[in-house]
Ligand binder design. Structure first.
Ligand code: SF4
Length: 242
């Protein structure tokens, strides 16, 4: 039985919630870059403020409808029709690295054109196939309100964070913490210290929606600088685009 069959999916498929683009990447060091997003279904965490609950929250959604199974060929062709190859392709979720043991994952990475990034919650160590193909990992460990529903041992996995810290030191990853106030910036700083993450590769992204994130950002900006971190905007929310 293959990895995907064992999760109740048809052989040769992975669950995909949406593929869209081209749109400007809204967050982190690549903000403004033309991007196609491929959003895989399922997640191993349950963050209360998650804006992608259609990928995992079976108590509210029928995941067979919100994340139908799609083949590698379909995923790649649809991504190409939405800008893959003419800008970044950003694989996101959910937690996309849950699928890296699937053959479909390998086919998608092999056949997607151009520069490919991964957005991950940092709990699963990327394997060699993934690290060879992915030019940038945006790693978002969950703290504060984002991490309120899961125990620390599930959110902060030392071996995975150590692997991503190595990639960050090589320029292949950044850490992106979502923080809504100064206390959550301090909590991020504790994680950076405890797990020896490279400080200059850390971004703090204000929690909130289009109206509230700039307020939170103004509140925490000085504190983010004080800790030696970078501050991320949320361009897509400000512009009202996806
Ligand atoms: S890790 Fe990301 S996708 Fe998963 S629940 Fe948290 S915010 Fe949502």
């Amino acid at each position: 039985m293959t990895n995907t069959q064992s999760r109740g999916l048809p052989a040769g498929s992975l669950p995909v919630q949406e593929i869209f683009g081209p749109v400007p990447q809204g967050e982190g060091p690549f903000a403004g870059r033309r991007a196609c997003f491929v959003r895989f279904g399922r997640c191993n965490l349950h963050c209360p403020p998650c804006d992608s609950k259609k990928t995992w929250d079976a108590s509210r959604y029928d995941l067979r409808e919100t994340c139908p199974p799609r083949t590698a060929e379909d995923i790649v062709q649809t991504a190409a029709a939405h800008g893959a190859g003419s800008g970044l392709t950003i694989i996101t979720g959910g937690e996309p690295l849950m699928w890296q043991r699937s053959a479909v994952w390998g086919h998608v990475l092999r056949d997607l054109p151009g520069e490919v990034h991964v957005e991950t919650n940092g709990t699963i160590t990327p394997d060699p196939v993934t690290t060879r193909r992915i030019s940038h990992f945006s790693v978002s460990p969950k703290i504060g309100r984002m991490g309120a529903a899961d125990p620390q041992r599930k959110r902060l996995v030392p071996s995975a964070l150590a692997a991503f810290a190595d990639l960050a030191r090589q320029g292949q990853a950044v850490f992106k913490f979502v923080a809504g106030d100064i206390a959550e910036v301090d909590e991020a700083a504790h994680v950076v210290r405890d797990f020896q993450l490279p400080q200059d590769r850390v971004w703090i992204m204000p929690l909130g929606d289009a109206d509230t994130w700039p307020v939170a950002g103004a509140d925490i900006a000085d504190h983010v600088m004080h800790h030696g971190f970078n501050l991320s905007g949320r361009l897509h929310l400000t512009l009202g685009v996806r």
